[in-house]
Design a protein around this ligand. Sequence first.
Ligand SMILES: Cc1cc2nc3c(=O)[nH]c(=O)nc-3n(C[C@H](O)[C@H](O)[C@H](O)COP(=O)(O)O)c2cc1C
Length: 195
Amino acid sequence: MITCIGIACSPRRQGNTSLLLEHALEGAARGGARTELIALSDYSFMPCQGCNACSSDGECILKDDMQQIYQKLLAADRLILAAPIFSMNLNAQAKALIDRSQRFWSTKFILKRPVITDATARPKRAGIFLSTCGTAFPDMFDCAAKVVRYYFDMLEIKYEGGHFYWRIDAKGAIINHPTAFQEVFEAGRRLVSQG
Ligand SMILES: Cc1cc2nc3c(=O)[nH]c(=O)nc-3n(C[C@H](O)[C@H](O)[C@H](O)COP(=O)(O)O)c2cc1C
């Protein structure tokens, strides 16, 4: 059975991106995956300190809740990352998650070792990105999507695209969107059905 994890990066419980994630994970479950929703706000971890210790062994020396998330990231076959736009980019919690994943970047690009050591024995990893923003500026998701593509590459996860919703600002405003929940449900189902 494929394992699909969803990471909710917004600090807002039951906020727009978390609601999207719930529907996407429902789709993944309908597609036959074992799913888990990880709310980042339940975990306490420091921002990356830039010590570069991971460049010598691919490990992070900070012993906090991120150690649990590392294990989940490594074990997952599918990843759905859900994060809102704050100040034209990913919100700080999502960025902290990515910065703290520097150990995987070091593994791949400095130590030149695979992040997933048993990749041939596992389903190919793939993921999608879900986001909302308050404004209607067409390029509002450009920076965030770029960072998430970089992140997925670091994690040896094929980026299967993003689902972005503009003019969604108040908590729960996404509920009134005519197609969003159905779209991400289908995206979640598709994600676990391929490969
Ligand atoms: C600190 C902060 C910064 C924000 N910056 C932007 C922004 O640069 N562009 C934008 O369109 N919306 C911005 N927003 C609006 C959020 O992207 C929007 O409310 C989103 O739907 C929140 O998702 P959530 O409910 O999952 O947290 C910002 C909101 C906050 C709280």
